[in-house]
Design a protein around this ligand. Structure first.
Ligand SMILES: CC(=O)SCCNC(=O)CCNC(=O)[C@H](O)C(C)(C)COP(=O)(O)OP(=O)(O)OC[C@H]1O[C@@H](n2cnc3c(N)ncnc32)[C@H](O)[C@@H]1OP(=O)(O)O
Ligand SMILES: CC(C)C(=O)C(=O)O
Length: 429
């Protein structure tokens, strides 16, 4: 079927929110959010071949090493693999004391029970429950009214409360509660607030600090531009009651390719936390890329609270576990993320690096032509000198069209090498 001459007969635009006094465009971000990696849940459910327990374990350990303190490890009611993985984490004493295990459950009593059973005995757990709230889902998927949607969320929040309290009494596990009005970005803004107010009342114990309830505002499908998402988030932050007792979390997907912008604008709009995956794995076009977001903060001089000093080691684990490549041009993580092939670029970088050395490495801010950050901070080589003499040879290769590329910066661990290695199909653990 060809593309339509008039796509408006098939596709409807997003409905802008009337928010003339929006504050987020003039704010500046100065601190990192709370990070929640959902690689082992949302990322995992999106894989053609979900991870094994062994792969999940390696991935989990990598996330811990990177410094993640909140990790959504499973959808325990969906499979024995997921349930057993959570049990292995707990019984194998693999969870550092300062890390919260998060598990996802739908709003169904038997599945909530299975989910709470999965984390019993763990020190700190976040139960994350969702139900879809948008008009489309109410009409097409569940055929329920707004009132029934609220009732479903309230009834099952009360069940989460009862089951987690029983679990605390028996096993000492400390629980927090996260609720997602799934499809938030397609839900009427007032209705999203109504559902969350009802959930907060049903939970009945939102407080300060670790007692804050988490409201996650997913762009389950990214259907509008990132400024619209930010408007929705700011509207929610302004109108939800007892804001100080709430952590507002973002969960952007990347259908329009603007999840990074959506998360960054959403943080300006007041969100405290971001859920995503390393290098953007996830359903369809993926979840927001947490490495990209964290490094964007870092290059603004903000300590992101997670560490990717050996980015290639992280890439290797993620590609092996997901059996998906990280694109060579991927921001920060791609093998070519700091590569440049044109002589003018190479020359300018070389001069910039020489100037840096001449002034003393650590005396001033990083200000090198064409290089937005120091590749060495990610464990990449940044010594341009040895490659410059290769320019003539490369030019010959280009002319002959024998090779499509050369590389300026490689992972330090791998050393300089020509031509680009094809990593596809080589990710098996
Ligand atoms: C946006 C997201 O990422 S959401 C998370 C998506 N992840 C997953 O779904 C994980 C994989 N899921 C599964 O393995 C299964 O769906 C399970 C194990 C969780 C549940 O399986 P089943 O018990 O077969 O239930 P199933 O999903 O088919 O739904 C059964 C019924 O519950 C209803 N239902 C589905 N989702 C929900 C929900 N979130 N809340 C309440 N009811 C729901 C369905 O409409 C269906 O209704 P019906 O009785 O009229 O047929
Ligand atoms: C369960 C929710 C948070 C989700 O994964 C989504 O909406 O994308």
């Amino acid at each position: 079927m060809p593309m339509l001459a008039d796509p408006s007969i098939k596709y409807k635009p997003y409905q802008p929110l009337h928010l003339p006094d929006r504050q987020w465009p003039s704010r500046v971000k100065c601190a990192p959010p709370i990070w929640l990696s959902t690689d082992l849940r949302d990322g995992n459910q999106a894989l053609a071949q979900p991870m094994t327990v062994a792969q999940k374990m390696v991935f989990f350990e990598t996330l811990v090493q990177c410094g993640f303190k909140e990790i959504e490890v499973a959808y325990p009611a969906a499979s024995d693999t997921d349930f057993n993985f959570v049990r292995e984490l707990i019984e194998g004493d693999k969870v550092p004391d300062d890390v919260w295990l998060q598990v996802l459950t739908p709003a169904r009593e038997d599945l909530i029970k299975r989910t709470v059973d999965a984390v019993a005995g763990c020190k700190r757990a976040i139960i994350h429950m969702y139900n879809a709230t948008s008009c489309l889902f109410r009409t097409v998927v569940f055929r329920n009214s707004k009132e029934e949607t609220v009732r479903l969320a309230v009834k099952h929040t009360a069940i989460v409360r009862r089951l987690t309290e029983e679990c605390t009494a028996k096993h000492g596990t400390v629980f927090r509660y996260e609720y997602s009005p799934e499809t938030f970005s397609q839900t009427e803004p007032e209705f999203a607030i109504e559902v969350c107010e009802a959930v907060k009342a049903a939970w009945g114990k939102a407080g300060l600090g670790d007692d804050r309830i988490i409201f996650n505002l997913p762009a389950t499908v990214e259907i509008g531009p990132p400024n619209h998402y930010a408007d929705l988030v700011e509207h929610f932050c302004r109108h939800i009651s007892e804001r100080e007792k709430i952590i507002i979390s973002l969960h952007p997907h990347n259908d329009r390719g603007t999840s990074i912008a959506a998360a960054e604008f959403g943080m300006l709009a007041g969100a405290d936390r971001v859920e995503g995956c390393l290098f953007g794995n996830g359903e369809r076009t993926g979840n927001v890329d947490l490495v990209n977001l964290a490094m964007n903060l870092y290059t603004q001089g903000i300590a992101p609270g997670v560490d990717f000093s050996d980015i290639q080691a992280v890439v290797d684990v993620v590609t092996a576990c997901n059996d998906l490549p990280v694109h060579q041009r991927h921001p920060y993580g791609g093998e070519l993320a700091f590569a440049t092939f044109s002589e003018h670029h190479q020359d300018a970088i070389k001069r910039g690096l020489h100037a840096l050395r001449a002034q003393g490495e650590h005396t001033g801010p990083w200000d090198i032509p064409y290089l937005p950050m120091d590749p060495a901070d990610l464990g990449r080589i940044r010594d341009a000198d040895f490659r410059i003499p290769r320019v003539a040879a490369l030019r010959a290769r280009h002319a002959a069209q024998e090779a499509k590329s050369s590389i300026l910066y490689y992972p330090a661990s791998r050393g300089p090498r020509l031509p680009v290695e094809d990593t596809r199909g080589n990710h098996g653990l």
